[in-house]
Design a protein around this ligand. Structure first.
Ligand SMILES: C[S@@+](CC[C@H](N)C(=O)[O-])C[C@H]1O[C@@H](n2cnc3c(N)ncnc32)[C@H](O)[C@@H]1O
Length: 345
């Protein structure tokens, strides 16, 4: 029996389709989470595999795995649903664990057991102004990571993957050639400082973060070949940061905190830096207009996870001024991130 085209004039209007797509966006996200968690992109990196092979290798239920993969194929993540033999695509390639800029850990962080439930509690933040994560988990995100080393490792890997996506843009945006010593404040496991020191053989660096993060920092610095020029220092930036740097870099830190806490961190840097020192913040800058922008949703991510916020250029200006700095330049990079330069006011 031939199939019949039932397209009629009663099709939903375009806004309904668009809204339906937005409402069901998390279906796509969660299917991506399953693919990332099971490491499917790694399993097909050397060539296509049947769904039965993939199910055997991942200890999953083949018919259900097939349905997840078929749905993802429709989104361009993997190919080959018709033959039940799944192959890599440019989109699934981003979920491999061994490629520069890998998003596999990011998918697991955002869509696994921390961020995803916190987003489920967004209404709590909206009603109370409180942090959804803290309300749900009865601790803050940094305490959670200190108590859950496997999730912390995954978080650090996610940061590393995202950092690899933008290292080149940062190096292009700012000239580090005349700098003697840079300090990466809350630099995670060292992805950014490794790339900057790697590109500038005379530059020395200090990587500073919480003790449990610094404890994991060695391998990345070794891999970047900069271990001998990069000190590591563990501590709490609300108490103090390492002294005597010419350039202090903070990537994705200020957005984690509200204005009061961000000011406290900035004042500690102000105290520690050399007289003619420079501060670089690598952050998204929220555009003033109505246009769609990733920063407007990252802002919600901060609302539910840490109580921080993304800021407009005017907001960065006043935050920096309140901490004794003068914003000198905002450099837009080829990535969604800007390099915000500031000096002592
Ligand atoms: C969003 S991550 C960014 C890490 C890194 N700058 C990057 O871009 O990959 C925030 C970092 O802040 C660090 N952090 C949180 N609270 C801190 C504190 N009180 N003192 C020092 N570092 C802290 C975390 O350990 C984490 O590495």
């Amino acid at each position: 029996m031939g199939s019949k085209d039932l397209t009629t004039q009663s099709e939903p209007a375009a806004p309904q389709f668009a809204m339906l797509q937005m409402i069901t966006g998390f279906w796509v996200s969660r299917a991506i989470y399953v693919a990332a968690k099971l490491g499917l992109a790694d399993l097909v990196k050397d060539g296509p595999k049947t769904v039965d092979e993939l199910a055997r290798l991942t200890g999953t239920h083949a018919p259900s795995l097939y349905r997840v993969l078929r749905a993802l194929v429709g989104m361009g993540v993997f190919a080959g649903a018709e033959q039940r033999r799944f192959a890599q695509t440019p989109l699934s390639e981003t979920l491999r664990s061994d490629t520069p800029g890998s998003l596999r850990s990011m998918a697991m962080v955002e869509l696994g057991q921390e961020h995803f439930p916190a987003w489920g509690n967004l209404m709590h933040s909206v009603k109370t102004g409180e942090i959804a994560f803290d309300n749900l988990f009865e601790q803050n995100a940094w305490e959670y990571y200190a108590r859950n080393p496997e999730d912390a490792r995954n978080f650090n890997d996610a940061m590393k993957g995202l950092t690899e996506m933008i290292n080149a843009a940062v190096l292009e945006a700012h000239d580090f050639s005349g700098v003697d010593k840079m300090v990466d404040v809350a630099g995670g496991t060292g992805g950014l400082i490794g790339a900057i020191l790697g590109a500038h053989p005379r530059l020395r660096g200090v990587l500073f973060d919480l003790p449990q993060v610094i404890a994991e920092a060695g391998p990345l610095l070794e891999a970047a070949g900069v271990r001998d020029r990069c000190e590591t220092a563990a501590g709490d930036f609300f108490e103090s940061v390492p002294e005597g740097g010419d350039v202090y870099v903070m990537k994705w830190i200020i957005h984690d905190w509200d204005d009061e806490k961000a000011t406290a961190i900035l004042k500690n840097i102000h105290r520690a830096m050399k007289e003619k020192g420079e501060l670089l913040l690598i952050e998204m800058v929220v555009p003033e207009g109505d246009q769609p922008d990733l920063s407007k949703f990252t802002d919600l991510n901060m609302m539910v996870m840490t109580g921080g916020r993304e800021r407009t250029e005017a907001e960065f200006n006043s935050l920096l001024a309140a901490s004794g700095f003068e914003l000198t330049r905002v450099i837009r990079t080829a990535s969604p991130f800007c390099v915000i330069e500031a000096v002592r006011a």
